[in-house]
Design a protein. Structure first.
Length: 420
């Protein structure tokens, strides 16, 4: 079987019949596998969101590049700042994505986030705008090592555009049960970087622009980044221009008319991974899921087809509509704290908050030195409006940060002045 696959891949691109046959077989099979309750993110059908493959790979959900969870305990807090100050060096500590972890700038960005001065970190893909997403992708490509792999055109160790694109998806999106993939051995020499970057990168099937007698297929990579501006949550997966295409062999951006993308041939965006029971002789239980296909006419794109299960609007943009008590009106998030009152206070302080889903909420109170004063956890908090009341009379005068974190990964914080 291992010897058969290189031959299949060669003819897959050379003959339209093979392309049509394999595409039809894979497409029909993958439609049948989506069941109610499936996590569509992990099946490639939510191109807006971080795949969060960590739990399926038996690793911490924040164990990805630049996450801020420096000590890898599943929580992003001031202990992570302390870990950086104590010399901890790892991927999670490179907050600014410059390739050097735990710098003073990394510590400052994380402190700003924990103090509530910024709503998200540079790696928190779900909340980035289009410019920030493009910037973060380019930084991660500079760090990723896929482009250093040798190009091997044939033989058992064949490593061509398909393998480059697959490894780029593995390192960014993440692939469950990868060890069961029949070609897993090809990626062993490049280190285990499965889900290292937690970015929803896809495989992109194109046609070479070069003038050849027969159209020659090619595979690159792509990620949905949205409009190239500062707006949030406006990505449209059916808008060709809102995808960032790049060549995984050299990390260069790709546009219609470039050698890697013929401006008059279709462009198909695909997810690849485990979760299927594909018939032999296909690759064990691995296969492609077609996401969207664009037709190109002199570089102008139009939608030819898209997966009926594809999520078309950004699910990370949840507008909460409640009364304006405590400033909780039209907040963007599944969870949000309102304004603390009374503030300043010399006794109890009230902090209204709202959640759209049932969650466990942990409130942490920090003093001006960044030291944890108290941690209070509320379990099974139902969807709706709530109030957190805290007694500061036992604490010295000063400024305190009250930070809330849910088990769904939401963060929010407010500052409270205690006066005696």
């Amino acid at each position: 079987m291992k010897n058969l696959l290189p031959t299949l891949r060669k003819y897959f691109y050379a003959f339209p019949f093979f392309t049509l046959f394999f595409s039809l077989l894979l497409t029909l099979n993958l439609y049948a596998q989506i069941q109610p309750g499936d996590d569509l993110r992990k099946l490639g059908l939510v191109p807006f969101s971080q795949p969060d493959m960590g739990p399926k790979l038996a690793i911490n959900k924040y164990d990805y590049y630049g996450s801020g969870d420096v000590n890898n305990d599943g929580v992003i807090d001031f202990n992570d700042v302390s870990a950086m100050q104590n010399g901890e060096i790892n991927d999670r500590a490179d907050i600014d994505g410059d390739g050097t972890p735990s710098t003073e700038n990394d510590q400052q960005i994380l402190m700003n986030y924990l103090n509530g001065n910024t709503r998200y970190l540079p790696s928190h893909w779900n909340y980035l705008n289009g410019i920030e997403k493009r910037n973060w992708v380019q930084k991660m490509l500079a760090i990723d090592s896929v482009n250093y792999n040798p190009y091997i055109p044939d033989g058992d160790s064949i490593y061509t555009c398909v393998e480059f694109s697959k490894e780029m998806l593995i390192n960014n999106f993440g692939v469950d049960s990868l060890i069961n993939y029949i070609g897993y051995w090809k990626f062993l020499n490049h280190g285990d970087e499965n889900a290292r970057f937690n970015i929803p990168v896809y495989m992109v099937f194109t046609t070479i622009q070069a003038p050849v007698p027969n159209p020659t297929g090619h595979v690159i990579s792509g990620v949905l980044v949205g409009p190239n501006d500062t707006t949030h949550f406006q990505e449209n997966p059916l808008n060709f221009n809102e995808w960032y295409f790049f060549e995984p062999e050299d990390d260069g951006e790709v546009h219609p008319g470039d050698p890697e993308m013929n401006k008059n041939f279709p462009v198909k965006i695909r997810w690849w991974g485990w979760d299927f029971a594909l018939p032999p002789p296909l690759e064990s239980s691995f296969g492609y899921r077609d996401i969207v296909e664009f037709n190109l006419n002199n570089g102008e794109a139009s939608v030819n087809w898209y997966n009926p299960h594809l999520v078309l609007s950004n699910p990370n943009d949840t507008l909460v509509s409640v009364e304006n008590q405590g400033g909780l009106e039209n907040k963007v998030n599944d969870f949000e704290l309102g304004n603390a009152y009374p503030n300043p206070t010399n006794g109890f302080v009230n902090i209204p908050y709202v959640t759209n889903k049932e969650v466990n909420v942990t409130f942490e109170i920090y003093n001006e030195l960044g030291q944890l004063v108290e941690r209070i956890t509320g379990k099974g908090v139902t969807a709706g409006k709530h109030n957190f009341a805290y007694n500061l009379t036992k604490l010295p005068s000063g400024v305190y940060l009250i930070r809330a974190q849910t088990d769904r990964g939401n963060f929010s914080s407010v500052k409270v002045i205690n006066m005696k």
